[in-house]
Design a protein around this ligand. Sequence first.
Ligand code: OAD
Length: 256
Amino acid sequence: MASDVELDRALERAAVRLATARRVCVLTGAGVSAESGVPTFRASDGLWEGHRIEDVASPFGFQRDPRLVWNFYNARRANVRTVKPNPGHHALVQIENRWGDQFTLVTQNVDGLHRVAGSKNLLEIHGSLYRTRCTGCQEVVDRGLETLDALPLCHCGEMLRPDIVWFHENLPVDIWDAAQMAAHECDVLLVVGTSAVVHPAASLIPIAKRGKSPGATVIEINLTPTEASSFADIGLYGPSGQVLPKLVERLGALSS
Ligand code: OAD
């Protein structure tokens, strides 16, 4: 983590840059929900620890053992039932309120916490824990966070799966196109709480950097530097639930 003085200076630079941005885009990952009590993926006690990704987050794993996959997702849904958005989620809503339709929040998270916090211009590029999708008729239904049968069936008789993008699957085309456009057009990209190792999500960072001339300013908010850091113009290293509210406070102070 950065020293208080370093963080303070970086916050000032970030607020000054943000204040003059016309369009703002944000990319979030699991770290933004960590302070709410949702485990991240790659930490030593993270969600992938003890699971082979291929078993619980790939179409092949689902074909092999759908019961195991549904047990994994029912446990994630049960966890999310018990948590609330944290000050980081709320700060992003305040940023959206200032920029309105010139603001886009792209999230890799499937926990729905940005929506619960009140984010509106939101692109959930990896899907949502709330929704099921039929493997037969493809109908997508919002089921909330109820615990489903170990092998839930659609009214058409086919098996339901989580409406989540798994490894070896493509992102939903419309949502991904909108995310790329938002990254390309923005003047500032905030990269919050992601290890930036999963593509294509992480490619939004170079897309923003090489986007509309002269390229976006990239501000990284994370506990530590990551794969995104080589693109970052400003690094705010600390918990996003503390750093984002401070950034909003600085922004407010600049405009008053
Ligand atoms: P990771 O678990 O890979 O990374 C979480 C990041 O959050 C790390 O860089 C941590 O340092 C950071 N972090 C942890 N706590 C934080 C806090 N309080 N404040 C700020 N940062 C914090 O999660 P993602 O990058 O989201 O995909 O992973 C990307 C994708 O990989 C996920 O969407 C998921 C996963 O496989 C699918 O399931 C398709």
